[in-house]
Design a protein around this ligand. Structure first.
Ligand code: HAM
Length: 441
């Protein structure tokens, strides 16, 4: 009987997840290494935590949008409710709380977690992403935000960005709360819904926006006008709105003026529409945006949380920080032409022309590697040289070291530059210095 043909599985992974092929991995590693360089230069130390946490950790304060709609959660074999982390901040707060007494302050920590959210995948949004998290604990004043926002800009400058390419928008949770409570006289149960409308205001049409406001705050014909006025406020006119605490306006002014003094004036904006969907924020909230119109999603999002560690211990310690996603960062770098060529041209290739030469080829490859130059040996000695050269080109390699009969006998190797179609003869004893010269390193 004829065997039934087995159906093949798809080569495409689960929707919204990421396959990093070597060329993608090079970009990811490049981005991480630039970010790491900047955060470490500010004295931040790396930490990490588990991919799985108890669901309760997010139920407490991560916010309705993520917990209700985007969480990947399940019940484990022991009947415990578990979630894959959608963000790092609750894990961070848990870890800090567990050592709160012994950690010298300020605590400056960073991490590169892989995060999971059940989102509708689109430009700048996937179900799996990596996020640089940078947080500082134990500084109650705005000085911490000065450092955090300066550091956040320095990361983009380190990629070669300039001040025309991004904007930092800042607000304060207590400004929004004061407006809701005293000016809009909003029932506290409605605050979250109205915040959500403000958050998406720029992503929907004016008609849709008006409809949503009227539906959420029915029977108040003044609501729309009040919200419009609030959203158009500058830091100077915000004091005209009823019920915004003066000391918060003053603190926001101080933050803006310190950032101006650090040369960031063109980048920063007070923007009362910055809402941030997490329940734990209690103070400054901030987002960084790409100015290019195609990248509407924020590059970074963050804020101050005064009592998140209070979920785990009686003592709470104030933290502030941000998350910066790898998806939006890559879009930003591409939009502004800031991704360098991350090819493999500096990997030297040695084709194996006969299996008898294997040990000699390996010894030479070792010598090259020990001198800090990457070297790949092609192991298929049955393949013709021409074919091996084509493979090297396909792999993005530029340099070939030829070790055939003649070369090995004479102790003089040929070094080919495939791009420029040139070739030089290199005596064995000058191998390294000559390769360094050819590679211009
Ligand atoms: P968040 O605003 O949810 O904040 O995320 C921060 C950044 O992560 C966003 O600006 C975006 O770049 C990226 N991001 C978020 N979701 C996705 C997604 N589905 N696909 C691709 N990129 C995404 C937080 O997560 C806070 N825990 C950040 C924080 C740290 N707050 C204080 N410390």
């Amino acid at each position: 009987m004829k065997e039934k043909k087995q159906e093949k599985l798809p080569t495409i992974g689960y929707k919204g997840t990421r396959d990093f092929f070597p060329e993608d991995m090079r970009i990811r590693q490049f981005m991480f290494s630039v970010m790491r360089g900047v955060v470490e230069s500010y004295g931040y130390e790396e930490y990490d935590g588990p991919m799985l946490e108890s669901l309760d950790l997010y139920r407490a304060k991560t916010g309705e949008e993520i917990v209700g709609k985007q969480l990947y959660n399940f019940v484990d074999k022991g009947g415990r409710e578990v979630a894959m982390r959608p963000e790092m901040t609750p894990t961070l707060a848990r870890m800090v709380a567990s050592r709160q007494r012994e950690l010298p302050r300020p605590i400056r920590w960073f991490s590169f977690p892989n995060l999971w959210r059940y989102e509708q995948p689109g430009l700048g949004r996937l179900r799996e992403h990596w996020q640089l998290n940078v947080d500082i604990f134990g500084v109650d004043g705005y000085e911490a935000e000065v450092e955090i926002l300066k550091l956040a800009s320095d990361i983009l400058f380190a990629f070669g960005a300039d001040k025309t390419m991004f904007r930092i928008r800042i607000s304060h949770r207590k400004i929004l709360d004061g407006f809701f409570e005293n000016s809009l006289k909003l029932d506290p149960s409605k605050a979250q819904e109205v915040s959500k409308i403000l958050d998406k205001k720029n992503k929907i049409s004016r008609e849709e926006y008006i409809k949503e406001v009227e539906k959420t705050i029915p029977g108040d014909p003044t609501a729309l006008g009040k919200i419009d006025e609030f959203l158009s406020c500058s830091i100077n006119s915000i004091s005209d709105i009823d019920g915004i605490p003066m000391e918060i306006i003053e603190e926001t002014r101080n933050l803006l003026s310190q950032l101006e003094k650090l040369g960031l004036k063109e980048l920063i904006e007070f923007d009362p529409s910055i809402v941030r969907g997490f329940d734990y924020y209690t103070g400054f909230v901030y987002e960084i945006f790409d100015v290019s119109p195609q990248n509407k999603r924020s590059l970074y999002g963050g804020g101050r949380y005064d009592n998140l560690t209070g979920l785990f211990s009686n003592e709470s310690i104030s933290g502030t920080g941000f998350g910066m996603g790898d998806v939006t960062l890559k879009n930003f770098l591409e939009a502004h032409n800031l991704l360098p060529n991350l090819g493999r041209e500096n990997v030297v290739c040695i084709p194996l022309l006969d299996e008898r030469y294997l040990s000699e080829v390996f010894q030479v490859a070792d010598l090259i590697r020990k001198n800090g130059i990457a070297c790949e040996v092609f192991l298929n000695s049955k393949q013709k040289l021409g074919k091996q050269i084509t493979t090297a080109e396909k792999k993005g390699m530029k340099y070939i070291l030829l070790m055939g009969d003649d070369e090995i006998q004479k102790g003089i190797y040929s070094f080919k530059n495939l791009e420029e179609r040139t070739q030089v003869d290199i005596p064995k004893q000058e191998l390294i210095s000559s390769i360094q010269k050819e590679l211009r390193i």
